[in-house]
Design a protein around this ligand. Structure first.
Ligand code: ZN
Length: 424
């Protein structure tokens, strides 16, 4: 995951353009992503796919011919979607187009102007203060032309057409936690799920934030009813503990699965309610879709000082955070895949477990108690109306233990699986 992030880090990405294509091409070396192009001008609900933006060079040069701000040295120096400019201007004229962070004078801020024609440069505050009052050559060699919006999609069919959606954004330039960490974890989850036999279908989307999810939803409305669970992955590499933001409904199975995994992870975490701000969950959870999609992250956006600045670089990333994030999402997928409903085949009083080798031979041994309790809970609640997660929650036992009990009871002929209805 770290290697992939290092490789993607230098690329200048935006919501459209070559940077996204280059990024998806690199991801394709790991997973068989399909790359889709949606032409500029395409209507997607209340939005329109914008013109494609590309940049080859941008700088501010002083009279001595020195580039005092240089896109080549860091792509955050140029405000994303800046229109082409070639002008000589005074510092006073230039100043409204310069953005800095006085509280962090050594960091370059990240600014965008996607939907309003504008241009600007982002600069370390310390460098801004050193600019002398003279004339500057301002050059932005960019293009804003009819092209397309590019996104990547990997669909892994399962035994049923109901699907698990994993969505992450690919539109930020050199920023690590906000953007690249989500990509890295999503790629690894996709690699893992691709190698397994799956009950549910899995769909991984690598899309530009906001306009990407709106575009996907607008063009795939017929697929939407199949989305049974979903996660937006973002900011999963910093040192902070996990934050899970619930779906709009708040009690969807994905919300309960994630809460269960986190609870038994033994790690600090927080679970927060949905609010209509943040990442692409805003679109998936808009009232016309109201999908069961939560957002898995570590420190929420805006709550760490490095957010949207050059300090969100590889130094902010902890490999153990990436690994733990991956593992917890995978456990949630495993829980969803294993969350079956059974019917007890011996409902009149408890079946005699001892004669089937399922009960302790010697009474009074402490260590087997929770295993036996799990067997009794599964037998009692397997009436065709409770999932294994329902049982785990009510029994206050980890899902894995309830699942093993169900497996053992199934082998003994005491349980029969009852098909859960498909969503669509
Ligand atoms: Zn961001």
């Amino acid at each position: 995951m770290l290697e992939l992030m290092e490789e993607l880090y230098p690329i200048c990405r935006s919501i459209t353009g070559e940077g996204v294509r280059e990024t998806l091409k690199i991801i394709q070396t790991r997973i068989p992503l399909e790359v889709r192009e949606v032409p500029s001008g395409t209507k997607v609900f209340d939005w329109t796919v914008p013109l494609e933006w590309n940049v080859s060079d941008a700088y501010v040069m002083n009279r001595a011919g020195k580039r005092v701000i240089d896109f080549q040295s860091h792509n955050l120096h140029l405000m994303s979607y800046s229109v082409p400019v070639r002008k000589t201007m005074s510092l006073e004229e230039l100043r409204p187009h310069l953005f800095s962070l006085p509280a962090h004078p050594e960091w370059i801020p990240y600014r965008t102007s996607y939907y309003k024609e504008n241009w600007g440069f982002c600069i370390r505050h310390a460098d801004l203060q050193r600019l002398s009052d003279e004339e500057y050559d301002v050059v932005i060699d960019s293009t804003l032309q009819a092209g397309s919006l590019t996104y990547g999609e990997l669909y892994l069919p399962g035994k049923v057409s109901d699907e698990v959606l994993v969505s992450c954004h690919v539109c930020h330039p050199s920023l690590c936690n906000d953007n690249l960490s989500g990509i890295a974890v999503a790629v690894m989850l996709a690699e893992t799920m691709a190698a397994r036999s799956r009950r549910y279908s899995f769909r991984f989307l690598f899309i530009p934030g906001t306009i990407g999810s709106i575009t996907w939803l607008a063009q795939n409305e017929q697929r939407v009813p199949h989305i049974r669970y979903g996660l937006v992955l973002t900011g999963v590499g910093d040192a902070g503990s996990v934050t899970y933001k619930k779906s709009r409904e708040g009690n969807a199975e994905i919300d309960r699965a994630m809460a269960h995994v986190l609870r038994y992870s033994g790690e600090a975490h927080s679970i927060i309610d949905f609010f209509p701000y943040g990442y692409d969950e805003r679109q998936y959870c808009s009232p016309g879709f109201n999908l069961p999609v939560g957002c898995f992250m570590r420190t929420p956006h805006g709550q760490y000082p490095e957010y949207h600045s050059s300090a969100d670089n590889m130094d902010l990333i902890r490999s153990e955070s990436l690994v733990r994030s991956y593992a917890q999402c995978l456990q949630a997928f495993e829980l969803l895949e294993g969350n079956r409903v059974y019917v007890n085949q011996n409902q009149k009083c408890e079946p005699q477990l001892g004669k089937r080798g399922l009960y302790r031979a010697v009474a009074g041994q402490q260590e087997n108690q929770s295993r036996e309790l799990a067997l009794l809970w599964v037998l009692n609640l397997s009436d065709g109306r409770h999932t294994l997660l329902d049982i785990a929650e009510r029994a206050d036992l980890p899902f894995g233990q309830i699942q093993s009990a169900a497996d053992a009871l199934g082998e003994a002929g005491l349980l029969k699986e009852c098909r859960r209805p498909e969503k669509a």
